[in-house]
Design a protein around this ligand. Structure first.
Ligand code: 4NP
Length: 163
């Protein structure tokens, strides 16, 4: 059996943005009939919310769009930079933390920012909605859905998943 393509989404707290990115990407992968080709997870660069479920504002926004969030917050660990093929940061701060961990661990993961694939990349960051109002969560969902779909296209091409 071929090894799955392992993808880890990373934000600061692993309760708002990265659990959403994980669920959206999983949904899009399933819609493409590629669920058995992927292993998808999320984590946070901080341990602030370790063990907590996703933020209710993220969960509610996603549910209105037919996407269920799952899992509990965990911190990214050095081994993740070896285990995963793609480690996808939500913003520049997360990316910098991941690049430090990549150097320290000697891992081989491809570290990127999600909005590298966004056709409307703005400043390149998925904004942190934690301290903002509820409209921030809709904005984040729009960005994540759009950028995640484009990232999936990239992975499909890179791995020749479609003939
Ligand atoms: P996330 O959002 O990184 O998208 O999960 C945040 C969650 C918690 C905090 C910051 C951002 N915090 O400072 O506790």
């Amino acid at each position: 059996m071929t090894e799955p393509i392992r993808v880890l989404f990373v934000c600061l707290g692993n309760i708002c943005r990265s659990p959403l990115a994980e669920a959206v990407f999983r949904h899009q992968v399933r819609e493409r009939g590629l669920a058995d080709r992927f292993d998808i997870d999320s984590a946070g660069t901080s341990g602030y919310h370790r063990g907590s479920p996703p933020d209710a504002r993220s969960t509610d926004t996603a549910r209105r769009r037919g996407i269920e969030l799952a899992g509990r917050s965990r911190s990214v660990v050095a081994g993740d930079l070896n285990r995963f093929d793609y480690v996808i940061a939500m913003d520049a701060e997360n990316e910098a933390a991941l690049r430090d961990l990549l150097r320290a661990s000697g891992g081989s993961a491809k570290v990127h920012r999600l909005r590298e694939w966004d056709p409307h990349p703005g400043d390149g960051n998925v904004p942190d909605p934690y301290y903002g109002g509820p409209s921030g969560f809709d904005d984040v969902q729009d960005i994540v859905e759009r950028a995640s779909a484009a990232f999936l296209e990239h992975v499909v091409r890179e791995h020749g998943l479609e003939g």
